[in-house]
Design a protein around this ligand. Structure first.
Ligand code: ATP
Length: 234
């Protein structure tokens, strides 16, 4: 579904990704793990067209997308949930959700999708007329995720969906990801919560210094000594 081949990218003169190869198949949950500064967020930004690669190619459903603008990538069905929540803090929960329907198709279905989101996220339903900026961190995180789903993605890209959340909310976020995956959504996620993520993921990639150093099934990575030592704090 999505494939990166030899992708190099970075900021101004600084190259951060030094030739990244990875792929995500239809229906999978793929995890990207690695230490701080390894280039995980940069990889996500490059896929979504916020950064453009200096070398290499990115294909989505056999079409090259690495020279496309971010709105063209959203139109193809790739929707990112950014690490910073990026909500319209003075607008209500409902209005934030409605703004997630960006493509013509998602706009046409937005009332129906809104109903589904309020069912999937009961806490948002309780607070649907509250201003987003006055919601708790966990509620804002849920809202960010629900808003992305309003865009009817085929591939959902999550950057640290559980960052800064209390443990019971972390579980809630993972439960929602499991739910939407069970309904057929393909997910690529970066998460600091490595153990929980690899349990959920079909496959994982380990990134070190802007390169993929290892890839295997989620379960295999959980048993790998190097991964356990570096990322599971043992
Ligand atoms: P973390 O787990 O800490 O979020 P990461 O793996 O997501 O890390 P990136 O955010 O991709 O890492 O950062 C990779 C490198 O790129 C870092 O050295 C970082 O300082 C640098 N970098 C990130 N954003 C910018 C920017 N806007 N301008 C210049 N350098 C940047």
């Amino acid at each position: 579904m999505l494939e990166l081949r030899g992708v190099r990218a970075g900021y101004d003169d600084i190259e951060v990704l030094h030739g990244v190869d990875m792929r995500v198949d239809e229906g999978e949950i793929v995890a990207l793990i690695g230490s701080n500064g390894a280039g995980k967020t940069t990889t996500m930004r490059t896929i979504c067209g916020i950064l453009s690669p200096s070398h290499g190619e990115i294909t989505y459903r056999d079409e090259a997308i690495h020279s496309k603008a971010s709105h063209e990538i959203v139109e193809r069905g790739i929707v990112q949930v950014p690490e910073n929540r990026d909500l319209f803090t003075n607008m209500t929960v409902i209005d934030n959700l409605l703004l997630g329907a960006q493509t013509e198709e998602a706009k046409a279905n937005r009332e129906e999708n809104l109903g589904e989101m309020l069912e999937l996220f009961p806490r948002l339903a309780e607070r649907k007329n509250q201003r987003a900026g006055t919601m708790s961190g966990g509620e804002q995180q849920m809202l960010t995720l629900a808003r992305a789903l309003m865009g009817e993605p085929d591939l959902l890209i999550l950057d640290e969906p559980s960052i800064g959340l209390a443990p019971h909310l972390v579980q809630e976020v993972f439960d929602v990801i499991e739910d939407i995956h069970a309904q057929g959504m393909t997910v690529l996620m970066v998460e600091q919560n490595v153990q929980q993520t690899l349990k959920l993921a079909d496959r994982g990639y380990v990134m070190e210094n802007g390169r993929i150093s290892m890839t295997a099934d989620g379960d295999q990575l959980l048993e790998d000594e190097g991964v356990v030592e570096a990322y599971l704090g043992v």
